[in-house]
Design a protein around this ligand. Structure first.
Ligand SMILES: Cc1cc2nc3c(=O)[nH]c(=O)nc-3n(C[C@H](O)[C@H](O)[C@H](O)COP(=O)(O)O)c2cc1C
Length: 434
């Protein structure tokens, strides 16, 4: 049976992705960029669409008011800025897309538009921007703000931010650079325009002082989950990132919803690729399934509770961790994630400790089995959901790279479910190949 062809992304961070370990694993030396350069080469050989860098700008101390658990487990920090890493990875590769996160809440639009234009030039048209509005109070404090605005206002600002960036990127028309040695004209001034943008939140005269970059502007990515977030992503994004909440039904509903919203905004839904983030648990052929030990569960708990405390802006240490999830918790951050947790408490009696003690090493991964079985499961899900891509969780999974790249991907390629060659050269072209 012919399978739905789907795209592949790899989700990681510019941080320690192989901790805990003994310090010699692949990924241990990451701060000089060498690990990610090697990783990008490996993923390009497997014909991934892109490598994706999440990012935040804090050391997490929301849980119990201490940085200890975050720094102990290298959960949120240390993390370096992924934007300068993209051109480094581009030097050793020729096709793989390079997407990094930057916040519309903290950057001035002109500065970020200029930086991303520069990176798109340096990567020869392979840059992407994951647009986030940020959800950590500490991040606000780091940038001199007392607190974050409510999520919907942050999205209103982000809408205007993107509108201005696009105007700035378009302030240089195609063909403005002429470099005509006979006339002595380097840039045709009639093709470079001021933008005179006067919005509610931003003003900018423009034009950018860069060049028009190979893609014009970077591929725009976003992960809206709330109603307002989905409106934003279906209006602006070309890569939309979803979670696998709600199983196949939930995934299909999410993708259909994003496509419908995009159509209502006058966009061609096929220009948007929806990727679902998931870990994989690839087991050895006929091997023993290793269950989580108590130490694994404790490490998972510490990691997950630090992540959730900061992204939801909740000090979970105030709550009973072993009773069903309290229904009166209020989130400052991503509200949809908290709603799922409360539902698990209400309907299944799950405690915060139950919810936070899983996930390490892909123990609760939906996709679990030998390389061939994982490939078959991925194809079955994509066939049913209808597309568009899988974003494979990479942080903490370096040990699985051989099984992924020598097992799962070749099995998918053999079945015709993923690409075996790149046709396009820019990230936008590659995403639109199918
Ligand atoms: C795959 C994925 C990647 C994300 N990456 C980041 C990130 O790097 N930084 C960040 O602050 N938020 C990140 N988020 C959070 C989203 O930007 C968004 O806030 C979240 O999905 C909740 O949606 P909502 O804002 O509509 O409630 C990510 C979410 C997902 C699903």
């Amino acid at each position: 049976m012919a399978h739905k062809k789907f795209h592949l992304g790899y989700f990681t961070k510019f941080g320690a992705t192989s901790w805990p370990g003994d310090g010699t694993e692949f990924g241990s030396q990451w701060a000089d960029g060498s690990y990610h350069k090697e990783l990008a080469r490996m993923l390009e050989a497997a014909k991934f669409d892109f490598i994706f860098f999440e990012d935040t700008t804090i050391v997490g101390d929301r849980y119990g008011g201490s940085m200890e658990l975050d720094l102990k487990n290298a959960t949120l920090a240390p993390k370096l800025d992924p934007l300068p890493l993209l051109p480094l990875m581009a030097q050793d590769t020729s096709h793989i897309g390079l997407i990094a996160t930057a916040s519309t809440t903290f950057y001035p639009p002109y500065l970020l538009a200029r930086l991303l234009s520069t990176i798109d030039s340096l990567t020869k048209g392979r840059a992407g921007w994951n647009m986030v509005t940020s959800s950590e109070k500490n991040a606000a404090l780091n940038f001199g703000l007392e607190k974050l605005l409510p999520p919907s206002e942050r999205y209103d600002i982000a809408d205007e931010f993107v509108e201005l960036c696009k105007k700035l990127w378009d302030s240089w028309e195609e063909g403005a650079l002429v470099a005509n040695t006979e006339t002595g004209v380097y840039v045709d001034h009639t093709k470079v325009h001021t933008v005179n943008f006067e919005g509610k939140h931003f003003r900018s005269r423009g034009p950018l002082n860069t060049l028009r970059s190979p893609q014009g502007y970077p591929v725009l990515a976003q992960a809206g989950a709330s109603d307002r977030g989905r409106d934003f992503s279906s209006k602006n994004a070309e890569v939309v990132l979803g979670m696998m909440t709600g199983g196949v039904k939930g995934m299909k509903a999410y993708r259909d919803d994003i496509r419908n919203r995009a159509e209502k905004q006058g966009r061609n839904p096929d220009d948007i690729k929806v990727f679902f983030l998931t870990p994989l648990n690839i087991l050895p052929e006929n091997g023993e399934v290793r269950e989580m030990t108590e130490a694994d569960k404790q490490a998972a708990f510490e990691h997950n509770i630090v992540m959730a405390s900061s992204s939801l802006d909740i000090d979970f240490s105030q709550y009973d961790l072993d009773a069903p999830v309290p229904q009166d918790i209020v989130a400052g951050g991503h509200t949809s994630a908290l709603e799922h947790m409360k539902k698990a408490g209400r309907e299944e009696g799950k405690s915060l400790r139950d919810l936070f003690s899983t996930g390490k090493g892909g123990s609760n991964a939906r996709f679990r089995g030998t390389a061939q079985q994982v490939a078959d499961q991925l194809m079955a899900v994509m066939d049913e959901v209808g597309g568009d891509g899988i974003l494979i969780e990479g942080s903490g999974y370096n040990h699985q790279l051989p099984a992924l790249l020598d097992g799962v991907i070749p099995a998918l390629q053999k079945a015709g479910a993923v690409r075996t060659e790149y046709e396009g050269t820019t990230l936008r072209e590659i995403l639109r190949e199918f």
